[in-house]
Ligand binder design. Structure first.
Ligand code: ANZ
Ligand code: ZN
Length: 807
């Protein structure tokens, strides 16, 4: 007996070594012919290491990368580490190690785990956002933004996490809580660096529809909503007996004749301005103090009771009918959106309706939608304008146009576009981030560090725990903070805030193209050769944060001539989560985490890879199943055993057709991220082959090629055993014939037996009658040899399978 056992540990070690030794995955500086840039969202190396859910996306990109290699592309498929930021720092604090050491250790562990999968990464291009040679360029980009006025200081109240002791961007909040630790966020005025992302709001929105973007609609929609473009008008409401006025923002100016009062946000500056005129000022101040304790979420929740206090002694004037309306302060109006003030139309706005009911305010209908009344709440749809002077009888949209015109002509307001998206609060009061490369000079003010002095290296310190003061721990390191001004040489202090964890990931895809360039962020020719990223794969949780920030920076880099594409990522796919076997999220807490190292040592990396590809539709959440891995492992065992059936025979017609269909299906399935059906299609071919006593070499070769992107080690081994001298990945993807693959419908094969023995095989066109098939069988030359001169006792036809002749 031969030893038929497939030993993945041995095979995988051998091929990983071979691939390394032959630099199989070294990416050329310049693509040879067609290029394909395929990118994974790089991980932040956490202390826990990888669980089996993490590599699902990496496996998918590796399958596509190998498929593209086999199709003659120069493939760039790099990997690196997003290692700055809160998670790394919090881990370090908890485990009492310096973040630098923690990151080094975790990176080494991640890399060791990833290497076991046999991925196509070119490790010569590895990047680490915490490497000064990398963040030199992150700082450089910041400086360019600052020079262009896109980075500015602000003292506005910002989201403050009392537990992480740092400010957070709106994008870092989940349901109004810290996305990292779940703490309630408070608002705190602090000096901050802010990036003017709103300058790019329109381009970020409209370019979602450009040819450069081919993303899943779900993610595009999330970005649209996050950007939140709103078209409306601003209207000046004058204050009676005063020179003051306030502006309201509304998308429904057509309802203005139904406005019965106005509401301003607790943070509105009008309140202080009118202090002398407001009769119940202390009551108002009490209300404001209460409102300040609430989070934005608590204030905007639809179900929450709407509250407010009237500003007694204040009346505003509706410019359309010169009517006096009462003015309230109410915390359902946000200071940070629009103008921080609204005209309230309780008949047509639900929040206003609720508020009006509560405080017994007039509800006046100004839109008719055909009979329906307001018993059950506001009528919020468009309709026909009524009781609105000259505008009565117009449709809502027509009225909006004419009213906006009127406002503009009379200097009382006009069209206005607002965005939900805010500018990006870009500084953090933490240690583990890129230092912001600016100094504060007594004489010159804020001065940028010249490019020749970059990077500003993060000083190595013993104590890096965050402080409550709103100052970064860097502020305590006086010999680092005190420096000289690059402009005048006088004494200056370094900026001590650091960048958020999303800085380094805004442009890393560019650095992979030219990772060692010391003179510029990226070489211009290389950028043209490789950009954009053809396929980007990662978690859906990045739909609004990373993907928006990176697009923003990319557009800025486009504007200053660093890149030539408008968008960084052409096609985008999100990975569905892998849940634990018990259906819950994999977590240490539930003790249900599966470690890929264990799976690989039990069943092999090829089984693990192929299983993750096979387990279900790529973007869906799916539970892990160890039995599933075992099933896939058996499939690989069978592919292995098939090598002993190879013979130099011609492929029979039926199998040949199936083979062509399989090539066609696997090719399009890989292109379309249907890895699961690609694998099951190969399994069907495999079953057919197993039924044969011998298998044609040609067919087996093709099966190996199709399987190679999924199970690269075993296929390279079997390829070598077929007598090939070079890696299977130096070969090329099998071709299929459309006409053979499509034969299914119009041709089928039947076997002809004489006295129970197979003597011929015939190709029959669909629609041929039973009689004709029998006639063809009898007429066949091969059959004639066995029947000529004999009496035919019986002919049996089994539909689409066989003609059996008894003589
Ligand atoms: C009057 C009105 C009448 C409104 C009506 C709606 C319906 P989007 O689409 O989100 O932009 N609004 C304006 N500023 C606000 C703020 N700072 N806080 C809370 N609400 C605010 O919605 C714009 C609408 O949201 C505006 O149009 C305003 O209410 C409210 F029948 O004005 B509307
Ligand atoms: Zn100076």
């Amino acid at each position: 007996m031969r030893n038929h056992d497939y030993n993945p540990a041995e095979v995988e070690k051998k091929w990983q070594k071979n691939w390394n030794a032959s630099n199989l995955y070294t990416v050329p500086e310049k693509p040879n012919g067609k290029k394909f840039y395929i990118l994974d969202m790089f991980p932040y190396p956490s202390g826990e290491g990888l669980h089996v859910g993490h590599p699902k996306g990496y496996i998918a990109t590796d399958v596509v990368a190998r498929f593209k290699m086999l199709n003659g592309f120069s493939v760039l498929h790099p990997m690196g580490w997003d290692a700055f930021g809160l998670p790394a720092e919090n881990y370090a604090i908890k485990n009492k190690v310096h973040p630098r050491m923690a990151v080094e250790k975790n990176v080494a562990r991640y890399k060791q785990q990833l290497e076991k999968f046999g991925f196509t990464y070119d490790w010569n291009r590895e990047i680490d956002t915490t490497d000064p040679n990398y963040y030199k360029w992150t700082q450089w980009i910041f400086l360019q933004m600052w020079e262009k006025g896109l980075a500015f200081q602000s003292n506005e109240p910002v989201n403050w996490c009392p537990s992480c002791k740092t400010v957070l961007a709106n994008e870092d909040l989940e349901d109004g809580k810290c996305e990292r630790c779940g703490s309630e966020i408070t608002q705190r005025p602090l000096r901050q660096w802010v990036l003017k992302m709103t300058d790019y709001a329109d381009r970020l929105l409209y370019d979602l529809d450009s040819d450069e973007i081919d993303w899943e609609e779900m993610i595009v929609e999330q970005q649209r909503n996050w950007i939140g473009r709103s078209e409306g008008v601003e209207i000046d409401f004058a204050i009676e007996d005063s020179d003051s006025l306030f502006k309201v923002y509304t998308t429904r100016v057509d309802t203005i004749f139904g406005c019965t009062y106005c509401v301003i946000a607790p943070e509105h500056k009008l309140i202080e301005e009118l202090q002398g005129q407001i009769e119940n000022y202390s009551e108002v101040m009490e209300y404001i103090a209460l409102a300040n304790k609430k989070t934005v979420l608590q204030r905007t929740e639809l179900q929450k009771e709407k509250t407010g206090v009237e500003l007694k002694g204040i009346k505003a004037i509706n410019p359309f009918n010169n009517e006096e309306v009462r003015v309230f302060v109410g915390d359902y109006v946000l200071g940070s959106y629009g103008t921080g003030a609204v005209m309230a139309v309780p008949a047509h706005d639900e929040r206003d309706y609720e508020f009006a009911k509560k405080y017994c305010l007039e509800i006046r209908k100004s839109i008719d939608v055909g009979g329906r009344d307001m018993e059950d709440g506001a009528i919020t749809e468009d309709g026909i304008v009524i009781d609105s002077a000259d505008y009565s009888g117009l449709t809502s949209s027509e009225a909006r146009k004419r009213m906006a015109d009127w406002l503009e002509r009379n200097g009382k307001g006009g069209l206005k576009v607002n965005y939900k998206m805010r500018d990006w609060v870009f500084s953090r009061q933490r240690y583990w981030g890129e230092p912001i490369p600016l100094v504060h000079c007594e004489k010159c003010g804020i001065v940028g560090i010249p490019e020749s002095q970059l990077p500003v290296v993060l000083p190595n310190v013993k104590s890096y725990e965050p402080t409550d003061t709103g100052e970064s721990p860097l502020a305590a390191i006086t010999d680092w903070v005190n420096t000289t001004c690059p402009t005048c040489g006088g004494p200056a202090k370094r900026e001590t805030n650091t960048m958020p964890q999303w800085g380094g990931s805004c442009w890393y895809y560019l650095r992979y193209i030219d990772p060692k360039n010391e003179n510029s962020l990226i070489d211009a020719d290389k950028e043209k050769d490789w950009m954009n990223v053809d396929l980007y794969v990662g978690g859906a949780e990045h739909a609004t944060r990373h993907l928006l920030y990176a697009r923003f920076w990319h557009k800025f880099l486009f504007d200053i001539g660093v890149v030539t594409t408008k968008e960084p990522f052409h096609k985008l796919m999100h990975v569905g989560l892998i849940m634990a076997e018990d259906g819950r999220k994999m977590s240490k807490r539930w003790n249900n985490v599966v470690n890929p190292d264990d799976v690989i040592s039990a069943y092999g990396a090829d089984a693990m890879r192929t299983y993750e590809a096979f387990m279900g539709p790529f973007t869906q959440a799916i539970a892990w199943s160890t039995n599933g891995v075992i099933g896939v492992r058996r499939f690989l065992d069978r592919v292995w055993r098939l090598q002993y059936k190879i013979a130099d025979i011609e492929t029979d017609i039926k199998l040949n057709k199936l083979a062509h269909q399989t090539i066609k299906k696997v090719s399009s399935d890989i292109e379309n991220f249907r890895f699961n059906t690609a694998v099951s299609t190969m399994m069907i071919l495999m079953n057919e082959l197993e039924r044969q006593t011998t298998v044609s070499r040609e067919l087996y070769k093709n099966l190996l090629l199709l399987l190679a992107p999924f199970a690269p080690h075993i296929t390279d081994e079997l390829w070598e055993r077929l007598g090939n001298k070079e890696s299977i990945f130096k070969s090329s993807w099998p071709e299929y014939s459309e006409s053979i693959a499509n034969q299914e419908d119009d041709l089928f094969a039947i076997v002809v037996q004489v006295n129970g023995k197979v003597r011929d095989q015939l190709e029959i066109t669909a629609g041929t009658t039973k009689e004709d098939i029998e006639r063809l069988a009898l007429a066949s030359e091969k059959i004639q040899k066995f029947i000529s001169g004999q009496t035919i006792k019986k002919i049996v036809y089994v539909e689409k399978k066989l003609v059996s002749i008894v003589v």
